[in-house]
Design a protein around this ligand. Structure first.
Ligand code: NAI
Ligand code: MG
Length: 356
């Protein structure tokens, strides 16, 4: 008998609901094929829940205690056209990432066979990156305030906070992952020229940590220059180590360069494994296409594969990835990738590929 895992399922809002529903169908077929079992707890935490209860989820200690009873969290997206984005994000996703101390956000991107990337001359194998985004502090730690609101002297501060602990935890994990990849290459992304305190601590911590990983080859680059390198020399990079804000932006760029945000997955993990990981597509609620049944579910399928890998079900993860690769190569594909298929058609195609 295979193992049973407890999965907290938070579809959230918009296309998050659609792509999680599609993934549950795929996972239902995957479980008997690879002899494992998922027991889901459906958590309705969302903008709908907020409209009814005045909050996105129960009070934080209670919400975190509920999540901690699970082996992993499967998350769709949060965001609502009628609710300011800073409220939806800060009421649900960010307090979970920070509350569970999910210190690293892992965002792979690569060019699959059959996907036509926007960069001329860029082919399968030319872009295969792992973006490692710091996930609890930095520019998104939530420090700051506003004064003189509503007057011509209105001001707002947004403080970036870097701690040796948070940086080191994240960087060690980046090196561990770099070590497991064939090229063992790591690029430190920084901005320590203009940001002379936190980002200098970021660099200094890196030099210390790097000493423990002599087998990993590394280089260092300012974030603005990294955007140029991603476009002009994608092959020259492997693991890309970033702060919270830089990783947020660079991973959207990476998604676009690899074909579409609709295939980009992410894993929010505590490298020390003291909390369940949270697995979600990189994309958001996608107001422009929500409710139409045309969202690309591949980003969430790939996130599910990352969840399986994290749980130790490597064969199931590989099986799911092969099915995804088969469908990307042979179709059907959704509009964001240049195809005409809807979410359900892609889901059924992945299920057929699994059964083969
Ligand atoms: P978004 O990722 O929702 O959409 C950006 C663009 O990509 C849209 O044109 C959308 O149609 C397209 N797109 C995204 N996912 C797709 C998919 N699976 N298939 C096909 N096309 C796809 O980002 P946006 O528009 O900046 O944010 C919308 C809302 O989502 C906001 O409330 C934002 O705060 C929230 N958001 C939430 C995230 C999360 O829950 N992790 C992440 C990003 C945004
Ligand atoms: Mg983002």
């Amino acid at each position: 008998m295979g193992k049973t895992y407890k999965i907290a399922c938070i579809p959230g809002d918009g296309i998050g609901i659609e792509v999680i529903a599609a993934s549950i169908k795929v996972l239902a077929v995957l479980q008997p094929l690879f002899d494992f079992k998922f027991e889901y707890t459906d958590l309705p935490w969302s903008s709908e829940y907020y409209r009814k209860n005045g909050r996105y989820m129960p009070p934080l200690p209670e919400a975190l205690a509920t999540l901690r009873k699970h082996d992993a969290i499967f998350f769709g997206a949060v965001g609502d056209p009628d609710i300011p984005d800073h409220i939806s994000l800060w009421e649900l996703l960010l307090p979970i990432r920070q509350g569970l101390q999910l210190g690293s956000n892992v965002r792979p991107s690569k060019i699959f066979k059959g996907v036509k990337p926007p960069l001329a001359g860029c082919e399968v194998g030319d872009l295969d990156w792992l973006i490692l985004r710091e996930n609890c502090e930095g520019e998104y730690c939530g420090q700051g305030g506003r004064s003189h609101t509503g007057t011509p002297y209105a001001l707002g501060t947004e403080l970036a906070v870097f701690t040796r602990f948070g940086i080191e935890r994240h960087m060690r994990y980046a090196f561990e992952l770099a070590r497991q990849r064939p090229r063992k290459l790591l690029t430190l992304v920084t901005k320590s020229n203009a940001m002379r305190h936190g980002m200098v601590l970021w660099d200094e911590t890196f030099y210390d940590v790097a000493k423990d990983y002599p087998d990993v080859k590394w280089d260092k680059m300012l974030v603005d220059a990294v955007t140029i390198r991603m476009v002009l020399k994608p092959k020259s990079m492997d693991v890309i180590l970033c702060t919270n804000l830089h990783g947020d932006i660079l991973s959207d760029l990476a998604a676009a360069l690899s074909g579409s945000i609709g295939i980009a997955p992410s894993a929010n993990v505590d490298p020390e494994r003291k909390a369940p990981g949270l697995f979600e597509p990189v994309h958001g609620a996608a107001f422009d296409i929500m409710g139409k049944g045309i969202a690309n579910p591949i980003a969430t399928f790939w996130s599910a594969a990352e969840m399986l890998r994290w749980l130790g079900e490597a064969k199931a993860a590989d099986g799911l990835m092969s099915a995804i690769e088969h469908v990307l190569e042979h179709g059907p594909i959704t509009g964001d990738l240049g195809g005409k298929a809807n979410t359900e058609q892609v889901t059924q195609a992945v299920i057929s590929a699994l059964k083969q």
